[in-house]
Design a protein around this ligand. Structure first.
Ligand code: HEM
Length: 397
């Protein structure tokens, strides 16, 4: 066993946010398994093979109490912050919302939300594509099946957005946590309402869900509902913002998708690989173990860099190029193993529909690069905060 290599790595630092990709390339080559003393100390795992190994070993690597570094103070996200055998029990209850039949039902809804959002700005010839499209469409879609009024999307997306883009210890983070506490109150109140008067939504189903004669506790129902909100909003927004920026910066690649819309689905996966909207998740080591010849002790934290694994040349040819026809494309943007993202297909659907409609209705959109708002720190989500754009005005549909 070799000594622990200590690296100077802080994903929350502004220098890192300016170019995480070169840091990842350096780590993969020089220090694929290394230790940083930032945020109380944790192991940083950057190669595809090691990230897969950790993510698939949920006995040795636990998701309790949190999967983020530094701990955001947001808890009761179920099944994210749980370990086997509970994970499987919880996931079973959520599966119906992500089945092929459910997805078929969501598509017209996603298209309608997208159409309505675009109608709001198409005559203007300008829009802020994050606030007016990338944020509301996934938010409204998720809130609707969960059982909240989609028109209230801002009440939910606002605090999450604030949480995602405010560094630990900042005033913005503090405000976000207060707003999330208020959101918790709203979730509890809505669960109580549905207990009295069930509707056709996920909240009512989860209250009534029973397996082997056992129902979820009130806390579990709360955690499942909260996870659906946390999983489904900011992540997809970030992915859409990254894709739109790429297409604005590469008009010839955009033209390729306008002429061949059949390639959009493949492009979506490639955008997801190229810039993973969740750069990393953490695990806590349950028993002494070893990764890449380094001894890792029980109680230590391990940070799995999905975003770096996605650029590992051992796994992907020309990983720094965007290839819409990349096959296979086994990126780790949705994780792998017991906790693999349940919403992956829904996210793909939302991203495809948003890109299809944008490319059809405002094919010449140009993002004002000077005024793109980039996060100054990679906290949990990697995406753009504001994308001001102009385009030839069109008609409402
Ligand atoms: C591009 C968009 C998305 C990305 C990048 C993403 C990413 C992820 C990742 C990396 C995990 C694995 C967590 C881990 O290993 O600890 C995860 C889990 C999860 N995601 Fe997503 N997600 C996205 C969209 C969605 C959507 C749209 C939903 C639902 C509306 C959703 C619901 C969930 C749930 C419920 C889990 C927990 C699964 C478990 O712990 O067993 N996600 N997501």
């Amino acid at each position: 066993m070799s000594n622990r290599p200590i690296i100077d790595f802080d994903h929350n630092s502004p220098a890192f946010a300016a170019d995480p990709w070169s840091v990842y390339a350096y780590l993969r080559e020089q220090y694929p398994v290394a230790y940083t003393e930032a945020h109380g100390g944790f192991w940083v795992i950057s190669s595809y093979a090691d990230v897969v190994r950790v993510a698939r070993d949920d006995q040795t690597f636990s998701s309790v109490p949190t999967t983020v570094i530094p701990d955001s103070g947001v808890y009761n996200l179920i099944p994210l912050q749980s370990d086997p055998p509970d994970v499987q029990r919880y996931r079973m209850a959520l599966l119906p919302y992500f089945s092929a039949a459910a997805l078929q039902g969501y598509e017209p809804q996603v298209r309608q939300f997208t159409r309505e959002c675009i109608n709001e700005f198409i005559e203007r010839g300008s829009a802020e594509l994050v606030t007016e499209l990338a944020n509301p469409v996934p938010s409204m879609t998720a809130l609707k099946f969960i059982g909240f009024d989609p028109q209230d999307w801002h009440d939910f997306a606002g605090p999450l957005h604030q949480l995602s883009f405010s560094p630990d210890g900042s005033e913005g983070r503090q405000r976000a946590l207060e707003d999330i506490a208020a959101m918790d109150g709203r979730i509890t109140a809505t669960i109580e309402e549905r207990r009295r008067q069930p509707r056709d939504d996920a909240i009512s189903d989860l209250i009534a869900y029973e397996k082997d004669g056992v129902r979820f506790t009130a806390d579990e129902v709360h955690g499942l509902v909260k996870m659906l909100i946390f999983g489904g909003l900011d992540t997809t927004m970030a992915a859409a913002s990254n894709a739109l920026l790429f297409l604005s910066e590469h008009p010839e690649r955009r033209q390729e998708l306008i002429e061949r819309p059949g390639r959009i689905a493949g492009a979506v996966d490639e955008f997801l690989r190229f810039e993973a909207p969740v750069h990393a998740f953490a695990r806590i080591v349950t028993t002494d173990t070893e990764i890449g010849g380094h001894r890792i002790r029980a109680g230590e934290r391990v940070y799995m860099l999905w975003a770096s694994a996605n650029r590992d040349p051992q796994q992907f040819e020309h990983p720094d190029e965007v290839d819409f026809e990349r096959r296979p494309n086994r990126h780790l943007t949705f994780g792998t193993g017991a906790h693999r993202c349940l919403g992956a297909q829904l996210a793909r659907l939302e991203l495809r529909v948003m890109l299809e409609e944008i490319l059809r209705r405002l094919p010449d959109f140009r993002i004002d690069l000077e005024n793109v708002r980039q996060p100054g720190s990679v906290t949990i989500i990697w995406g753009r905060m504001a994308l001001p754009a102009t385009f030839t005005p069109g008609k409402k549909e």
